[in-house]
Design a protein around this ligand. Structure first.
Ligand SMILES: Nc1ncnc2c1ncn2[C@@H]1O[C@H](COP(=O)(O)OP(=O)(O)OP(=O)(O)O)[C@@H](O)[C@H]1O
Ligand SMILES: [Mg+2]
Length: 481
């Protein structure tokens, strides 16, 4: 059921509107001014707000601005005392859906609200699909997990406002992609999206990189240079790795953010800019503030709308979709026709911890593309970091081992039965694991005719580890030649 908040200092009007909406089956609550309305909105959720303009404490236009910056998806309809077109125009500029003239007619009111809420629920459902990033490279966003659906929803909201955004997350979680999505799905999409990697620019050049310089401003400045802030005018400036900028630059950056003006190096002319800032970092800024390494005032300027990207290991539901997404991407890029990923290889991908997150997964799939000769990505073409990490896990060993051996078996027709019987009276995990390892290695050696190098490669086990294990279990490779 939709929930509506009626905000007006006239209690008679509140009552009439409340009863009309109640009859139309809406859930209605009331507030007598903007401030009370905001408090209610912060502590409960409303789909729509009907709001008067002239009210004590906080007027309707100010309340509208604050509601929209708190949650842009709440619909606001303005009630004007008489046909005051100025209020109405201002209100729609600030994001009001529409306005109604007083005295309010019940049937007009219900009609407008029905229409608004229908459009609104469409927006809400739409915002759960992944944002598309219209870049020349044609990047797409992938994510099926609940965590990613929430992120898509947040991106959708962030795209519709102009406030600073701070994107947090481990390396490779997609911070740059999110910054792109916020820009290219928003009102500034046709303007420049300019990236500055704050950690990649030498300290003595960063000021000129940001603000530009005049010819002759310093040794080596042989021509005039336009800074990134000016390039981004009207558009978005993406400050990547913001945690890495020096204390001196933090002060200068804070000044532009506050005053929207800057002075190029060696110039005495101030330049005014209108730039939306999106910043990203994988560092713990709160810790840095405690250690006086990052300015708290700058942090608050940037952190108006925070967005946190969870590591891939905390959204494992996405692994499979991302893996297929990258297979499609590399098929096109490398002009190959890999049809999929074998279940055993997928199992390894799902089990891996992905310290390098999505970038690591992308690299792993690309690596497999180079190595794989078949038409599916198999465990054999996965790097040791992925296949090896699960060798210590019993289940992973079975899957990977079996798959590797089955593949080899077709080629060599060896006896690949690695099964053994468990003694249910004396079950012991460690002993079982060792027995399995022993049988596994014997079968693998049989398959590859006692050749150590081949066995190591095909069974995805480092040669050193293989030799150590053979010694441990008293297995002689030559016996299987
Ligand atoms: N949800 C996603 N769907 C598709 N591709 C993704 C997704 N998230 C990230 N990627 C891809 O993973 C790679 C890493 O993403 P990105 O560069 O945005 O990460 P990052 O958080 O900025 O990393 P770093 O902190 O190392 O700079 C990119 O190639 C990006 O296109
Ligand atoms: Mg990045």
């Amino acid at each position: 059921m939709f929930k509506i908040l009626v905000v007006d200092d006239d209690s008679g009007l509140r009552l009439t509107v409340t009863s009309a909406l109640g009859e139309a089956n809406y859930l209605v609550e009331q507030a007598s001014d903007g401030e009370e309305a905001l408090n209610k909105i912060r502590s409960s959720s409303y789909d729509l707000v009907l709001m008067d303009v002239n009210m004590p404490r906080m007027n309707g236009i100010e309340a509208l601005k604050q509601i929209k910056s708190y949650d842009p998806s709440i619909i606001v309809i303005i009630l004007t005392a008489y046909s005051n077109i100025r209020d109405a125009v201002e209100a729609t500029k600030e994001g009001a859906y529409n306005y109604l003239e007083k005295p309010i007619k019940a049937e007009n009111l219900v009609y407008l609200i029905d229409k608004a809420l229908r459009a609104h629920s469409m927006v809400r459902t739409m915002s759960f699909s992944a944002p598309v990033i219209k870049l020349p490279g044609g990047s797409t966003f992938v994510g099926q997990s609940n965590e990613m659906k929430k992120i898509f929803n947040v991106i959708d909201r962030l795209s519709r406002v102009e406030t600073a955004v701070l994107i947090r997350g481990e390396s490779g979680t997609g911070k740059e992609l999110v910054a792109n999505a916020v820009h290219f799905n928003g009102p500034r999409k046709d303007e420049n999206f300019v990236t500055v990697n704050c950690s990649a620019i030498p300290e003595n050049l960063i000021e000129s990189e940001f603000f530009g310089h005049e010819k002759g401003a310093f040794t080596g400045a042989d021509s005039r240079k336009i800074g990134k802030f000016q390039f981004a005018d009207g558009g978005t400036l993406f400050l990547d790795e913001i945690g890495d900028i020096s204390a001196g630059m933090q002060v200068k950056l804070l000044r532009v953010l506050q005053e929207k003006k800057f002075t190029p190096v060696g110039s005495n002319r101030e330049i005014e800019v209108n730039v939306r800032i999106i910043a990203a970092t994988n560092r713990n800024l709160e810790e840095m503030i405690k250690k006086n390494e990052f300015r708290e005032d700058l942090y608050y300027r940037l952190n108006v709308l925070p967005i946190f990207l969870p590591p891939l290991r905390e959204r494992r539901d996405d692994i499979e979709h991302l893996a297929f997404h990258f297979v499609a991407k590399f098929n096109q890029m490398h002009r190959k026709n890999i049809k999929g990923i074998t279940p055993a290889a997928m199992q390894l991908l799902r089990q891996h911890n992905w310290p390098g997150n999505i970038r690591e997964l992308e690299n792993v799939i690309e690596h497999a593309f180079v190595i794989e000769n078949g038409d599916e990505i198999s465990p054999m073409s996965l790097p040791e970091s992925v296949s090896g990490s699960s060798l210590s896990q019993f289940s992973g060993l079975t899957e990977a081992g079996e798959a590797a051996l089955t593949n080899a078996a077709t080629a060599q027709g060896a006896d690949l039965n690695v099964g053994f019987t468990l003694d249910l009276n004396r079950l012991d995990f460690q002993a079982g694991k060792e027995e399995f390892e022993k049988q596994f290695l014997i079968s693998a050696l049989k398959a590859f005719k006692g050749k150590i190098n081949q066995t190591a490669i095909h069974a995805n086990i480092p040669k050193k580890t293989l030799l150590r294990k053979l010694e441990k279990y008293g297995i002689t490779a030559r016996d299987y030649q």
